[in-house]
Design a protein around this ligand. Structure first.
Ligand code: G
Ligand code: G
Ligand code: MN
Length: 539
């Protein structure tokens, strides 16, 4: 049941990690592509819009000039529109205008005269007539200028006429060969002048709007209606231009997106590893029995005899790498795996120390418990089972708990009393490094106080904290606690502790953490020659 659930949870976690990773990679790239597409689209649209503006301005200019020319010619009130004086005036007006190529007079679909003299040139019927009375012929070819089709506009009332080179208002697209531009009549609904592609549908899409910007799928189009005349200027660019621009941006943005994606994916992987993998690895380690124990002797400072040993957990990864307990114990506490680890510790002691207490009845094994262990009644059951397996009598087992374990006094006291009731001693570990106060500790029935290594280190030195040891020792005495000094490394330290009345000690001076077999060997040797071997002992 449990392993099935774990597998399910693990594969779900892996799926989540993969999905998050994919999103982490594709999101920035997608965003980069979208942004480049949008930028390219906006750029092309802006180009098209400014082209349409230009075309409209030029068209309005030429229409304005046409209107002025018609008015000036009409104002002369000549009886004969083709009189020498009128033809001279036509020449003058023609010269003055940038847009207009020729000025003349049309009657019955024939150009009768122009700034260039008298003619009888048939020019055909008008293409359409504007509401303000201009007859427009869009493609007129003059015999004098074969090959060029002029835009011819005639004032219907007077017959005066101008010819405009159709390229002039469109003289904007030089730099953009793929762009199409032009002007269409809103009345005739057909182009008056044009360059490049034009689609009838654009007229419908634009409707009556002053300005319309849109895409018909193949083209980006801007259409601007003239405010004064019955036509609209348009400019369009194939949408493929947007993607051409996109390639340019994507070339810069996609690598940046990829990089950002890689960084994100790596971060996600890292976080997932931190959040999911370590507990999972701890579970696997429990299953694969990667934990083992070392035992560090505890000695009687007066005799130097080994009176007990603290069980210290060790974790060797399959690759041989050792993980420090202060690292994984903290994680195990966080993810609620510590009780399974404690159970494993007790199971190992149960199998290794089956005959220890029968052979050495005065010896004890100390087990480190975490706060969660102290809160749980299961711990009592575990200790019962351990007592049974090791045939432990009173005083053969000891538990060590840090000050943190005692924080929630009401929740813990019952369990502690039950444990002590079974003849198991209770030690407060790492004393002085936490926050418990004397009055707090008075509420518990404890047996031992372990003086932390950091205080033992100050002994014999001038350190400001060296006085603290004195106070801790006084405190322990007033609470009726026996003392175990931790991390004793020198004879001098052992000597001072002994003088102060500390009964027990632990440290490299007496013995480093060792395997159970080495502990048993040491105990055997000690039986006949401990005083030679154990330093710091009083003969
Ligand atoms: O000897 P070592 O470096 O392993 O000790 C590091 C710390 O890990 C010490 O504070 C010790 O109390 C703690 N520790 C060692 N073994 C256990 C264990 O089995 N359970 C708990 N809760 N803590 C342990
Ligand atoms: O449970 P506790 O926090 O007391 O764990 C004791 C820790 O101190 C263990 O990591 C143990 O290996 C380490 N230790 C024990 N004796 C000595 C010592 O004499 N010197 C040093 N440097 N470390 C010690
Ligand atoms: Mn300890």
């Amino acid at each position: 049941m449990r392993s099935g659930g774990n597998r399910l949870k693990k594969s779900a976690a892996a799926t989540v990690a993969i999905v998050v990773g994919l999103v982490a990679i594709s999101l920035p790239i997608g965003l980069a592509l979208y942004l480049s597409w949008k930028q390219s689209y906006d750029e092309q649209m802006a180009t098209v819009a400014s082209l349409a503006d230009d075309v409209l301005r030029r068209s309005d200019d030429s229409t304005d000039q046409t209107t002025v020319i018609f008015r000036t010619l009409a104002a002369a009130r000549a009886a004969d529109p083709c009189s020498a004086a009128q033809i001279r005036l036509m020449g003058k007006l023609d010269l003055a205008s940038e847009q207009v190529q020729a000025v003349g007079y049309v009657h019955e679909n024939r150009l009768r005269c122009s700034s260039y003299g008298h003619h009888e040139t048939p020019i055909g019927p008008p293409t359409y007539v504007t509401p303000y009375g201009n007859a427009i012929r869009t493609k007129v070819e003059f015999p004098v200028l074969p090959g060029t089709r002029f835009l011819v506009s005639t004032d219907v009332r007077s017959g005066y006429t101008v010819a405009i080179h159709p390229r002039l208002p469109l003289d904007v697209f030089v730099a953009e060969p793929s762009v199409s531009v032009g002007v269409y009549s809103s009345i005739a609904r057909r182009p008056i002048i044009s360059h490049g592609a034009f689609r009838q549908g654009w007229i419908d899409t634009a409707g009556d709007r002053t300005e319309a910007r849109f895409s018909d799928g193949d083209y980006l189009v801007t259409i601007r209606h003239s405010a004064r005349y019955a036509y609209a200027a348009y400019a369009a660019v194939p949408t493929t231009k947007v993607f051409a621009g996109l390639r340019r941006f994507a070339l810069i943005l996609v690598p940046i997106g990829l990089l950002a994606g890689a960084v994100l994916a790596w971060t996600v992987r890292y976080v997932v590893k931190q959040q999911l993998a370590l507990p999972a690895v701890l579970k696997v380690a429990l299953k694969r029995h990667e934990f083992f124990l070392n035992y560090q002797p505890i000695v009687d400072l007066r005799t130097g005899r080994w009176v007990g040993a603290e069980a210290l957990i060790r974790w060797r990864r399959p690759g041989g790498e050792m993980v420090r307990p202060d690292v994984f114990i903290a994680v195990a506490e966080e993810v609620s795996l510590i009780q399974r680890i404690t159970a494993r510790v007790m199971a190992i002691i149960g199998s290794e120390a089956q005959s220890l207490f029968t052979r050495h009845p005065g010896f004890h094994i100390a087990i480190n418990l975490s706060a969660a262990d102290l809160h749980s009644p299961e711990t009592i059951a575990l200790l019962d089972e351990l007592s049974r397996l090791t045939h432990a009598g009173a005083g053969n087992l000891m538990i060590e708990a840090t000050e943190r374990g005692f924080m929630d006094a009401d929740a813990v006291k019952g369990n502690l009393d039950a444990i002590r009731g079974k003849g198991i001693a209770v030690a407060i570990d790492d004393f002085g490094t936490g926050y418990s106060s004397l009055s707090y500790l008075e509420r518990f029935n404890l047996d031992y106080l372990k003086i932390d290594k950091s205080f033992v280190d100050t002994l014999g030195k001038e350190a400001a904290t060296s006085q603290v040891v004195t106070h801790i020792i006084e405190m322990a005495k007033s609470l009726n606690l026996k003392m175990i000094a931790e991390g004793v490394e020198t004879d001098a330290q052992a000597q001072i502790l002994r003088e102060r009345g500390v009964e027990f000690a632990q440290g490299w001076l007496f013995g480093k953490p060792m395997s159970f077999a080495d502990l048993m060997d040491g105990l055997k040797d000690e039986a006949w020659s401990r005083q030679d071997r154990v330093p710091g002992a009083v003969p």
